[in-house]
Design a protein around this ligand. Sequence first.
Ligand SMILES: Nc1ncnc2c1ncn2[C@@H]1O[C@H](COP(=O)(O)OP(=O)(O)OP(=O)(O)O)[C@@H](O)[C@H]1O
Ligand SMILES: [Mg+2]
Length: 274
Amino acid sequence: MAIAKERVHVEQPATSNHLILFPARSILETEGVHVSYGTKPAIQNISLTFPHQAITALIGPSGCGKSTFLRSLNRMNDEINHCQVKGKIAYRGIDIYDPQVNVFELRKQIGMVFQKPTPFVKSIYDNIAFGPARHGVKKKRLLDEIVETSLRKAALWDEVKDKLHSSALSLSGGQQQRLCIARAIAMKPQVLLLDEPASALDPISTRKIEELLNDLKKEYTMIIVTHNMQQAARISDFTAFFLMGEMVEYGPTQQLFSQPKDERTKGYVTGNFG
Ligand SMILES: Nc1ncnc2c1ncn2[C@@H]1O[C@H](COP(=O)(O)OP(=O)(O)OP(=O)(O)O)[C@@H](O)[C@H]1O
Ligand SMILES: [Mg+2]
């Protein structure tokens, strides 16, 4: 896929604080996105710009369309026969639904981590090396390097460096999830999509994943779906609140949680419904 020049958003901040709240760079944005399953609409008219090097959280009650929207961002919905996506999703200025886009390459650049850890039934080493090898990295030395770097970035290296050739299934749930994050990182993505990556984990593993995401955001555009309000507040820079397929409110996380503009957002973030 040819990559267009990064789009630069010219913001005119009123104060220097705005510079922190609205990083100027974005490589992923959506405009008027609708997704339906057969004739049933799941999300409607979602327009969002995801800042680079920041975490955007998608929150909202079960069934409001968070996963549907997230999956549309790297064409995971293509795998669902009756799923239709309309509107525009631009990655580095390119419409990702353009027929000329190579989906294999797109998903290399926009990686995804799911709710349940999904390691391959392979060794820890092979879980990481598999993707780069499929994309043409053949030299063992290079693969070794990618495995080590990815595991280090995912804060897992120290725990597994002496058993790289053991089965990934021998790891704990939290370690498996960090392995899946390492596997995504090994592809050198620009964007990481995470669908409730910590919801199946205990509090200690959850905290480790949160620290990891916070570290990783320096390099990526990160979008995380979470049910956990405290988690969204702790780790995200921006939050979008979804309700029944629509985006009700979007803003800097701190503002959305402390001074929501919409009564429905207020009800949700204060735990009064959902
Ligand atoms: N594969 C599918 N086929 C048909 N309908 C689907 C499919 N996946 C999701 N839906 C429907 O689309 C709507 C949005 O679902 P989605 O899974 O995106 O919600 P969600 O916000 O991620 O929910 P949760 O918090 O429970 O994960 C729901 O009405 C759901 O039933
Ligand atoms: Mg979901």
